[in-house]
Design a protein around this ligand. Sequence first.
Ligand code: BMA
Length: 823
Amino acid sequence: MKPFSILVCILLFPILIWAQTHERNLILEHWQFRKQGDSNWLQAKIPGTVHTDLFRNKIIADPFFAANEKQLQWIENEDWEYEATFTVSGTELKNQNCFLLFDGLDTYAEVLLNGKRILSADNMFRTWKVDVKKLLKAGDNKIGIVFNSAVKKGKEAAKKIPYTLPGEEKVFTRKAQYHYGWDWGPRFVTAGIWKPIKLIFWNHARIESVEYIQKELTTQVAKQVFNIKIEASDAGEYTIKFSDQPFVRRLNKGLNTVSIPIELKNPKLWWPHGLGVPHQYINDFSLYRSDTQLDWKRLKIGLRTIELVQKKDLDGRSFYFKVNGVPVFMKGANYIPPDSFLPRATDSVYRAIVKNAKDSNMNMLRVWGGGVYADDAFYDACDENGILVWQDFMFACAMYPGDDAFIENVKKEVIDNVNRLQNHPSIALWCGNNENDEGWHNWGWQKQYKYSEADSTTIWNNYKKLFHDVIPKTLDSLVSKDKNRYWPSSPSIGWGKKESLTQGDSHYWGVWWGKEAFEVYETKVGRFMSEYGFQGMPDFETIKAFAEAKDLNLQSKAVKNHQKHLTGYETITEYMARDYKLPKRFEDFIYVSQLLQAAGIKTAIEAHRRAKPYCMGTLFWQLNDCWPVTSWSSVDYFGRWKALNYQVKKSFSNLILSVKEEDNGYDIYLINDGLDAQAGQLEVEMIDFGGSKHWNTITKETISANESRKVFKIEKDFKQEDFRKLVLSVKFKFNGESVETLHYFVKPKELTLTKPNIQIKKINDLTYEISSDVLAKNVYLSSEPETFFSDNYFDVLPNQKIEIRLSKPVEKIETKSLFDTIN
Ligand code: BMA
């Protein structure tokens, strides 16, 4: 920079500050906290929670370790105070306008600025904006926040109605419901400043938000409108610039909406993962008064159409998404919050979760209603990676109050969150709640809580008011037609009812909760399977992070506390005994529990995909965890993949083979989610575990685009064979690529396995080749901490070489296979 320009900058600096909207993040100040009534203040980290602040100050032990959770329940019954002092300069005070923006307060918060109450917050999902121009002073300013116990507040509200609602005190509080404990999560009813607090100064006018409407989209043209909401404190003429194109408008004092229509020729579309590139356009808008830039906003958008098609057909009613005119089979999982203490989850955590989804060939995640509306980083990552989002509103497995104050609070929450999320191309569906409708009709709540007819009517009417009226109407008022897809409850019909398999979305829990065999998944196939699942233990290293060496067994308090399903370990063991020889060592039990989970969910996914287009979606329960725990997740709290996630990656690839045993034979299916037809060679071999070929056949097959079809049948006429030693290997070679699958004829516990000699050959620092003399079943590779293998828990056939890539160079690789667990 030349000295002259430096001088100009120095001279202009105060003027620029004075003119432009500028923002300070108050989380950077020195914050302190204490239990209300205590005299000592302790250092706090913002954003944060009381629990994590207490832990950092060594007042409590690690909440996730062993059974510490049980000793920490007192925290939820206390009120907590936070405070900070921040300095405001004279120049800052000269700005015409100034407000405080609270992105998230958890939950009942009384906020004081320089001794004056400026806000009473009561919903952790809302953002709060408070004009503080008149209260700020030059020099030191003090902000104080008292968080009242959410549990106590909930209990007080519960007392005001004459009956108990399912979900009890938590349903009165607009706070993440999983904080009160779930069947995969601990009970930590947090309090605190969970998102940033910003001090914003502005003059004349500022851009409040930009909303994007897609009027028309074809391959030739995208007709779009950007609605720019501008708050003005001075009426007058302003210019909005979009890609250097000026739009001059007169603004009134108050809130203005400026609409800018933009036409784009030959637009590049946004495609879900697996079907194309999720292209995004960057749109920058700046606001000027004369030649001075006042404000600036960037909006990334993706151009795509999405339709939820529900058409009557012979079986019932379809339920599928058409994206850019193409019916898309949705493959994915249910997503829960990534931590019990949400502020600990950094942007990189959200990015890693979405990357896991993409790397395992998913194209949809369901943000489940018992958590929180996720952070922006999550949706940004979904947009960038082509992952569609089924977005629940935050209500789950309960019935909610219907008084005016509650309804009004929810309405505001819907406005805040729909406005925050509506521009994301990833948002495919808004859904009212998780399992409230199903719970009311099928879980026996009426009997359990002994409702009178009048109470029942009130509760159900309140349900209808919220999910059939207030939420959809608020959504209608906020979003344009192209974004308006609302589904009141997931599932629409409970899993005991036959209609749940002929229309709507379906949660199937006959397996696990109903203890039915995994094979039942093959018959209980609905139109869109939005939940089903089976537990698997997390990685051994993950368990070692919360349990001491002496506690590494299923009976220890530590391991028991990290299983939140009432009969979780018993259910795993019962299913395991059906299919596997029960291992004696704890470490082996972990490994086999993962194999069991992977095999069970593979059965479900393949049944769902075979049934395409009758069934058009499969989202298993659940992708991730909020702490280290034995749960239904495919990736554990630390991001370690369970066997299930490696299986999912295979089962969700665009083109797969699937073998289904029928009474009279083995049907081979080709399932293609891709948009190109494929022709190739199908090679079927029956080999024994020593590698000898017993039978084989080769045929030419084709599969159309977006199709599932039975392409081949093997009759059951192998009378002389010992099926305990045989495996069917099926390959489809097409277009220079190859997919394959293995099918065993008996359960793993009946297989005649012999000790494999597993060879690991180093090709280069990051590539190894795995081979074995005899069948090595479910080879598990492990190495130094945080080494990621491109595949794991895979079978190695004799004469086969499997190439594995590593995330980093390692000294040594250890192996284990199913054989090791039975000897
Ligand atoms: C589903 C979910 C969760 C629960 C899971 C496992 O129904 O909606 O409420 O954690 O089952 O039980």
